[in-house]
Design a protein around this ligand. Structure first.
Ligand code: SF4
Length: 331
């Protein structure tokens, strides 16, 4: 057997013992006065060492309440930005600054500004409502920010005589338009994870698990939402499963790591990720895992604490994004 040739310039990947890493992280947290925030879509081992877990809304609020001077945000870039914008006095570190979001990237600030100008030139009188999965530069161009947890409440705050431009998730926008009765101009963005759920896989899973309930995130396309028994963001999913004492089988149409907090809060149920284990051949697939969230690892958490880097640095346009974020999430 031929052995691979290692270049002296290629660092070898060393798999460190997770328990040692956790001990190191604990010690560094104390030394650096740091708190770890982890989104429900990062790996379970990171959720377990976190001081706070939650969806984007809860974590943004947690970031403003904690007294630690440093935050390590295990999530994706726009989440770290939101934490910094709402808590500018704190140091916000991220395990990997490359952890982006396909949805946020589908709506660049310059294209949004051009589209808003075009709509105004056509005589549209509108307010722009952005899903939190957007860059800070995009947030600074918007009137409101919503998460899947507060969207209905915020849409009700848009004056009735204004049109709504909803960015960037067309599926969430369509769903919100149907539940609020407000027509919306939709930006054609979508999440690479929620977009791939296949209706055939879901129907097959329902047939194979009679009596099961389908829980779907509103970022899923309309054909998935049409057959879902429960539609909601991650916090709503947790509350729902915890409210049912008898054992049920849930088919979960969102990022696969969401199974971890569901198991923790309501271990009496069976959870099956969609479509992970239900392709026509019976093979497993990892297409329901977010590659950006997967960039967060124990090793990188340890390293960012040790090096105090990478850090989310305040940018001039954060000030305008701060106004809209505070108005939407904290008031
Ligand atoms: S799951 Fe989708 S919306 Fe969430 S961070 Fe990943 S790409 Fe973005």
């Amino acid at each position: 057997m031929e052995l691979p040739v290692l270049s002296p310039f290629t660092p070898a990947v060393i798999n460190e013992d997770p328990l040692d890493l956790m001990d190191e992280i604990d010690a560094l947290k104390k030394e650096q006065d740091a708190a770890i925030l982890a989104h429900f879509y990062v790996g379970g081992e990171l959720q377990d060492i976190a001081d706070f877990t939650g969806d984007s809304l809860k974590l943004a609020r947690d970031a403003t309440r904690i007294t630690n001077s440093t935050i390590v945000f295990c999530g994706v870039h726009f989440m770290g930005e939101s934490a910094k914008i709402l808590s500018p006095e704190k140091t916000v570190l991220m395990p990997d600054l490359q952890a982006g979001c396909s949805l946020a990237e589908s709506c660049p600030a310059d294209r949004l500004a051009a589209y808003q100008a075009e709509l105004r030139a056509q005589g549209h009188d509108f307010q722009t409502v952005a899903y939190i999965n957007t860059s800070a530069a995009v947030k600074s161009l918007c009137d409101w920010i919503v998460t899947s947890g507060n969207a209905r409440e915020i849409i009700d705050r848009v004056p009735a005589d204004k049109e709504i431009l909803f960015v960037p998730d067309q599926h969430l926008g369509r769903y919100l338009s149907s539940v609020t009765g407000r027509p919306m101009i939709l930006w054609p963005g979508s999440c690479m994870v929620h977009e791939v759920f296949s209706i055939q896989d879901l129907m097959r899973a329902k047939r194979n698990h009679p009596g099961s309930l389908v829980m779907a995130h509103p970022e899923c396309p309309a054909n998935i939402l049409e057959i879902a028994d429960v539609i909601g963001g991650t916090e709503k999913m947790r509350k729902y499963v915890a409210s049912i004492p008898e054992r049920k089988t849930f088919l979960v149409a969102t990022e696969a790591n969401m199974i971890h907090p569901l198991m923790k809060i309501a271990p009496q149920h069976e959870y099956i990720p969609v479509p992970g284990i239900m392709t026509s051949t019976g093979e497993t697939c990892a297409c329901n895992q977010c590659p950006h969230m997967a960039r967060n690892t124990l090793q990188k958490v340890r390293d960012c604490l040790k090096n105090r880097s990478p850090e989310i640095v305040w940018q001039p346009y954060f000030a305008q994004a701060q106004d809209v974020l505070k108005r939407s999430l904290l008031q």
